[in-house]
Design a protein around this ligand. Structure first.
Ligand code: COA
Ligand code: AMP
Length: 632
C-alpha cells in the first residue's frame, strides 16, 4: 500500500499545476496568475505567469497584519561580538521599509541590482528584504571572497548601489571589507556611485567622501516605503555560484515560485510550524542562507536564528547546544563539516549534557554528502532523527530529502532519501537513457522543474542551456553523479564537473587553475580535490614550471598560495601545491585529474586506456608521497 509520502509525491508529478496552485494559496497575491505554469521545455518555463506579488510583504507585513507583529522574527546570536539581539516582525518590517526608502533615495528602482557584501548581521537580512520590498534585485556576495571575486560580480550584475559593512569578524581576526570594496570597484569596468556602509564598532572606518553613506544616518533620514507589486516571474535575486571556469554563474531566482516552494518546504520537508525557532547555521552568502536563514522561515512565520560564529572555538564545541537551548530551536540545518568539527573537539558529546535540548526535534544536513560516521555520531549523541538532504544553488530548495513533515521514511546511511515532491529525478547513462536501479549515472531532473528552480542565468541564456539543458534533452542536468536503489533512494556520489566541495562550500578548480596559470613561472597546472577528514575535500595544486626556471620551489608554491588567497579568498582553503615535471593527460590532451585524485587519496587506480604516457603516473605518485599524500 502506498504511504502518505508516495501519494503526495505521485500527485506532484501527475498534476503539478493543481499541486503548486494549492500550495500558492498559503501566500498573499495582489493579482492571481493567468496560468499556474507556462513553458516549453528548457526555455521560458515560468511558474505563476501574470501573477503580482511581493516577497517582502509575504515575509514580514503579512504576519504583522495577521496580528503577529510582536512575534520574534529574527534572533541575532553573535558569540564573536558577544551579542544577542532580536527583531520582532513589526520591527523587521519597519526597518525593511525604511531601508527600502534609503535605496530608493539613492535611485534604486524596480529591476535595479544592489550588491550586498555583508557579514552575518541583521542588517544584511534587512537589506535583502528591503530590495524585495521595492522590487530591486539583490546579489549577496559571501564575505570570504576576495576583491577580484567581488569585482566579477559587480561587472556582471551592474548594480546601482553596494551595501557593505566595515568588517566581518572571524575568530581571532577582523576581515576589513572597505579596502576590498575599493579594490573591487577599481577592478570592475562597471562603476557604482553609492556605497552604504554599516560601521561596526570593531572596525570604524573613515567614509570615502561623495561615495559612502552611513547606514544609520541614511536610515534616520529616510522615509519608509511600501511594498511594490512585482510579477511572480520577476527576479528576486541573483546568486553567483561556481561554474567550471573563473566566471561564476549568476543563478536567477524569481519571486512567486520561490515563495511557494520555500513556504511549502518549511512544513513538508522541515516539519516546522509557524512560531517555532528554526536555525540554519550557514552564511547568508550561500544559497542555504538565502533560503533558510532569511526567506523560508520568515515566509512561514518562524523565528529565524542568524548566527555569527563557528561550530567550534566561539568559544567551544558546545556553542551549537547553547544556541539551541537558549533560543528553543526545534530544527537545525547545517553542513556535515560543522559536525565533524564538533566531533573532533568533543568526541563523546559531553558538552551536549550541559544544555536543555528538550525543544530540539530534528537535525538536517546538506551541502555535501553526510558520511555514515557523522550521521551515527549526531544521531546517537543528540537522540533525534538526522536527515541528509540534497540540493543546489540552482534549485534553491531540497531536491531529495526525507520529508519529515509528510512522513518520516526509514533512513539509509549515505542517502538523502528520495526525490522531493515536484522533482522527477532519473539517473541517465552516457547515451541519455535511464540506467537500471543501482547503476551509476548522471543525476538529472525531468522537465519541467518545480517552482523556485532557476529560470535562467543572469545575462547568460546560452550558458544556461549549455550548462544544464543541452546534454540530456528534456532533462535538467544537476552535474552530480550517483545512483538510485530499488526503493527509489538516491545516493549522490560525486560531481561530474570540476567543482569541489570544501567545508560545504562549492568551489571551482577551473577558477583556481586560472589563478595559478597567471604565475609567471608556471607553464601548466591542475587543481584537484583531495579527501579531508574535516572539510570533506581540500584543493591541491600541481604546477609544471617554465623551462629554465630555477628559483626556490618553496618560494614559488608560497606565491601561488598567496595569489589564491588574494584572488579567490581565504575560503578556498588552498594551502598546498606540488611541483611536477609534467601532468598526466589523455592522447587528446585532457588532464587526468580524476586519476591524480585517486592517487592522492590512496585509492586503487587504473591508467585509463586513453592515457598518453602511463609512465607519468608513478612520477605523480612520488611527488605526492613527498608532499605527504596519501594522508594516513
Ligand atoms: N569572511 C571572511 N573570511 C572567511 C569567512 C567569511 N565569512 N568564512 C570563512 N572565512 C575564512 C576563514 O577565516 C578561514 O581563513 P584562514 O585561512 O585565515 O583560517 C578560511 O576562510 C577557511 O574557512 P572555513 O572553511 O570556514 O574553515 P575554518 O577552518 O575557519 O572552519 C569549520 C572550519 C568546519 C568550522 C567551518 O568550515 C564551518 O563552520 N563550516 C560550516 C560550513 C557551512 O556553513 N557551509 C554552508 C553550507 S550549509
Ligand atoms: P551549492 O550549490 O553550493 O549548494 O552546492 C551544491 C552541490 O553540493 C551539489 O550539486 C552537490 O554536489 C553537493 N551537495 C549538496 N548537498 C549534498 C548532499 N546532501 N549529498 C551530497 N552532495 C551534496
Amino acid at each position: 500500500m502506498a504511504g502518505k509520502f508516495d501519494e503526495i509525491y505521485r500527485r506532484s508529478l501527475d498534476d503539478p499545476e493543481g499541486f503548486w496552485s494549492e500550495a500558492a494559496e498559503a501566500l498573499s497575491w495582489y493579482k492571481r496568475w493567468d496560468r499556474v505554469f507556462e513553458g516549453d521545455g528548457p526555455t521560458n518555463s515560468r511558474w505563476f505567469p501574470g501573477a503580482m506579488c511581493n516577497t517582502c510583504y509575504n515575509a514580514l507585513d503579512r504576519h504583522v497584519e495577521d496580528g503577529h507583529g510582536e512575534r520574534t522574527a529574527l534572533i541575532y546570536d553573535s558569540p564573536v561580538t558577544d551579542t544577542v539581539a532580536t527583531l520582532s516582525y513589526r520591527e523587521f518590517r519597519d526597518q525593511a521599509a525604511r531601508f527600502g526608502g534609503v535605496l530608493r533615495g539613492l535611485g534604486v528602482g524596480k529591476g535595479d541590482r544592489v550588491i550586498l557584501y555583508m557579514p552575518m548581521v541583521p542588517e544584511t537580512a534587512v537589506a535583502m528584504l528591503a530590495c524585495a520590498r521595492i522590487g530591486a534585485i539583490h546579489s549577496v556576495v559571501f564575505g570570504g571572497f576576495a576583491a577580484n571575486e567581488l569585482a566579477t560580480r559587480i561587472a556582471d550584475s551592474t548594480p546601482k548601489v553596494i551595501v557593505t559593512a566595515t568588517c566581518g569578524i572571524e575568530p581571532g581576526r577582523i576581515v576589513e571589507y572597505m579596502p576590498l570594496v575599493t579594490e573591487a570597484l577599481a577592478l570592475s569596468p562597471h562603476k557604482v556611485d553609492h556605497v552604504v556602509v554599516l560601521q561596526r564598532p570593531e572596525n570604524p572606518v573613515e567614509p570615502v567622501p561623495g561615495r559612502d553613506h552611513d547606514w544609520h544616518e541614511a536610515m534616520a533620514a529616510a522615509s519608509p516605503v511600501d511594498c511594490v507589486p512585482v510579477l511572480a516571474t520577476d527576479p528576486l535575486y541573483i546568486l553567483y555560484t561556481s561554474g567550471t571556469t573563473g566566471e561564476p554563474k549568476g543563478v536567477v531566482r524569481d519571486n512567486g515560485g520561490h515563495m511557494v516552494a520555500l513556504k511549502w518546504s518549511m512544513k513538508n520537508v522541515y516539519n516546522t510550524d509557524p512560531g517555532e525557532a528554526y536555525w540554519a547555521a550557514s552564511d547568508v552568502g550561500w544559497v542555504v542562507g538565502h533560503s533558510y536563514i532569511v526567506y523560508a522561515p520568515l515566509l512561514h512565520g518562524c523565528t529565524t536564528i542568524l548566527y555569527e560564529g563557528k561550530p567550534v572555538g566561539t568559544p567551544d564545541a558546545g556553542v551549537f547546544w547553547r544556541v539551541i537551548s537558549q533560543h528553543k530551536v526545534s530544527t537545525l540545518f547545517t553542513a556535515p563539516t560543522a559536525f565533524r568539527a564538533i566531533k573532533r573537539e568533543d568526541p563523546n558529546g559531553k558538552l551536549i549534557g550541559d544544555y536543555d535540548m528538550s525543544a530540539f526535534r530534528t537535525l538536517y544536513l546538506a551541502g555535501e554528502r553526510t558520511d555514515p560516521d557523522t550521521l551515527h555520531w549526531a544521531r546517537d549523541k543528540l537522540g533525534v532523527p538526522v536527515i541528509d538532504h540534497w540540493w543546489q544553488t540552482e534549485s534553491g530548495w531540497p531536491m531529495a530529502a526525507n520529508c519529515a513533515g509528510i512522513e518520516l521514511l526509514p533512513i539509509k546511511d549515505g542517502s538523502p532519501t528520495r526525490a522531493v515532491p515536484g522533482y522527477d529525478i532519473e539517473i541517465l547513462g552516457n547515451d541519455g537513457a535511464p540506467v537500471a536501479r543501482g547503476e551509476m549515472g548522471a543525476i538529472c531532473v525531468k522537465l519541467p522543474l518545480p517552482p523556485s528552480c532557476l529560470p535562467t542565468l543572469w545575462n547568460a541564456q546560452d550558458r544556461f542551456l549549455a550548462s544544464y539543458m543541452n546534454r540530456y534533452p528534456g532533462y535538467y542536468e544537476t552535474a552530480d553523479a550517483g545512483y538510485m536503489d530499488q526503493d527509489g533512494y538516491l545516493f549522490v556520489m560525486s560531481r561530474t564537473d570540476d567543482i569541489i566541495n570544501v567545508a560545504g562550500h562549492r568551489l571551482s578548480t577551473g577558477a583556481m587553475e586560472e589563478v595559478m596559470a597567471d604565475h609567471p613561472d608556471v607553464a601548466e597546472c591542475a587543481v584537484i580535490g583531495v579527501a579531508d577528514s574535516l572539510k570533506g575535500q581540500l584543493p591541491l595544486g600541481f604546477l609544471v614550471l617554465n623551462a629554465g626556471v630555477n628559483r626556490d620551489p618553496g618560494a614559488i608554491t608560497g606565491e601561488v598560495v598567496k595569489m589564491m588567497r588574494d584572488r579567490i579568498g581565504a575560503v578556498a582553503a588552498f594551502r598546498i601545491a606540488v611541483i611536477v615535471e609534467r601532468l598526466p593527460k589523455t592522447r587528446s590532451g585532457k588532464i587526468l585529474r580524476g586519476t591524480m585524485a585517486s592517487i592522492a587519496d590512496g585509492k586503487d587506480y587504473k591508467a585509463p586506456a586513453t592515457i598518453d604516457d602511463p609512465a607519468i603516473l608513478p612520477e605523480i605518485a612520488s611527488a605526492l608521497r613527498n608532499a605527504g599524500y596519501p594522508r594516513s
